[in-house]
Design a protein around this ligand. Structure first.
Ligand code: PLA
Length: 426
């Protein structure tokens, strides 16, 4: 039998923790290693920690005006004034704001969509685009536990985390060709063909992240046709509606093509970028069903997934969105403001390319202006990106993606010079 002294010894304060028997309280989490830094949001952290006055952040896709300042849209300020005059902090229903959902569906499926009229779409408000993808992934796992998801190469890094955490096995399909810096359409079609009938595919509805390469309308039609033959399920992540062409209606074209062809689709929408509501976390997940009864059932299950995770979504951003989209004047102001953002980015693409060409770069920078949306997939190697960061205080993801939304008249020359410096001998 252990002596009193020995027992007491075992309970003594050892270092910084009370130890009882073999396990000290500090051992509960002793197996926890620090998580690797997020490849995108980790860039912002590093940028913020850099004291250099020259530093440039072209990492995360967050829109800046030409002075490098974050933007609150005028239509959002207007909506805020309405909200301030009528404050309401009540809970939303589990599925979120019905008004916000209704307006979101019109944006994605079309103002006069028969599917909206026939109430065939199950939709819930989500924690922005990320939350919409995650809810869908959880729903997929719950009701089709043996299914997989096909994800393009490359894609937004978080897609892999989302379906991994939902425990849905992932497959990949070809998308981008590094040599042409464009779409690898032949391999993409081949992969769609090779996938077992009835597979889930993740598609970027527009402004593909990180490549800035979208299929043409004709290619979307061919993809949709092949999906029909193969009976695949298209899940559209639409995080940049309006940022590809400057017009949200045009940017929904891929979705509309699939709808015309009679597909049942899923769709994740986000207002982070196109309304500048990043931190408000407002978005929508929708699933087009066979009929209204199915839609009611699917929606109730989506709500049941949300309930134990966060109960119901936040109210403020949903109010902003529904006020803007349901008021014709505010909506047209919003459309103008989206176009201004998209056009500024297009202008910066031109400026970046011109600057690189003026410097006599031996490389082709045509893709800078060919690619669309928020990002330029530059083709720079991780080592070249490291040099940009270490020598020039330019922060971007190591896959060579430049957030064009962070490029301004003030920093474009500096950026071009630095890029030229690290790429000229390649
Ligand atoms: N889907 C895609 C394709 C995205 O690029 C992003 C955001 C989201 C969904 C999610 O956005 P949300 O949850 O804020 O609505 N991508 C950013 C930010 C802009 C990020 O990584 O979180 C990016 O820099 O890639």
């Amino acid at each position: 039998m252990a002596s009193r002294a020995a027992i007491y010894q075992g309970m003594m304060w050892r270092g910084r923790s009370w130890a009882v028997g073999a396990r000290s309280m500090s051992s509960w989490w002793s197996n926890v290693e620090p998580a690797p830094k997020d490849p995108i949001l980790g860039v912002t952290e590093a940028y913020l920690a850099d004291p250099s006055p020259d530093k440039v952040n072209v990492g995360v896709g967050a829109y800046r005006d030409d002075n490098g300042k974050p933007v609150v849209l005028e239509c959002v300020r207007e909506a805020e004034r309405t909200i301030a005059g009528n404050l309401n902090m009540e809970y939303l229903p589990m599925g979120g704001s019905n008004k916000m959902i209704e307006e979101s569906l019109k944006l994605a499926y079309g103002e006069d969509s028969e599917f909206i009229k026939d109430r065939r779409i199950a939709a819930v408000q989500s924690l922005s685009g990320t939350g919409a993808c995650r809810l869908f992934a959880d729903f997929q796992k719950r009701f089709l536990p043996d299914s997989q998801i096909y994800i393009p190469v490359p894609t937004w890094a978080n897609h892999h985390n989302i379906w991994r955490d939902a425990r849905v096995p992932q497959q990949t399909f070809h998308y981008y060709h590094p040599d042409t810096r464009g779409l690898d359409f032949a391999s993409l079609m081949e992969d769609i063909k090779k996938a077992p009938n009835g597979s889930f595919f993740l598609l970027h509805a527009c402004a593909h992240n990180p490549t800035g390469v979208d299929p043409s309308e004709e290619q979307w039609r061919e993809i949709s046709h092949l999906f029909k033959v193969k009976n695949h399920f298209p899940f559209f992540d639409m995080a940049y509606q309006g940022f590809a062409s400057g017009d949200p209606e045009r940017d929904a074209k891929a979705i509309r093509i699939f709808l015309e062809d009679g597909h049942l689709i899923g769709c994740a929408q986000s207002y982070a970028k196109n309304m500048g509501l990043y931190g408000q976390r407002v978005g929508c997940l929708s699933i087009l069903c066979e009929d209204e009864m199915q839609a009611v059932a699917v929606k109730s299950q989506l709500q049941q997934i949300a309930r134990p995770m966060y109960s119901n979504p936040p109210v403020h951003g949903a109010l902003i969105v529904s006020i803007i989209l349901s008021d014709p004047d505010l909506k047209s102001l919003w459309l103008k403001e989206v176009k201004v953002m998209a056009d500024r980015i297009i202008g910066m693409r031109k400026a970046l390319r011109e600057n690189l060409e003026k410097l006599g770069s031996p490389l082709s920078w045509e893709h800078v202006t060919n690619q669309i949306g928020m990002f330029c997939y530059s083709g720079m190697t991780p080592e070249q990106v490291d040099r940009l960061t270490n020598e020039f205080h330019i922060y971007m993801t190591r896959n060579g993606r430049i957030s064009m939304a962070g490029v301004t008249t003030g920093n474009v020359t500096y950026l071009a010079n630095a890029i030229h410096e690290v790429t000229k001998s390649a």
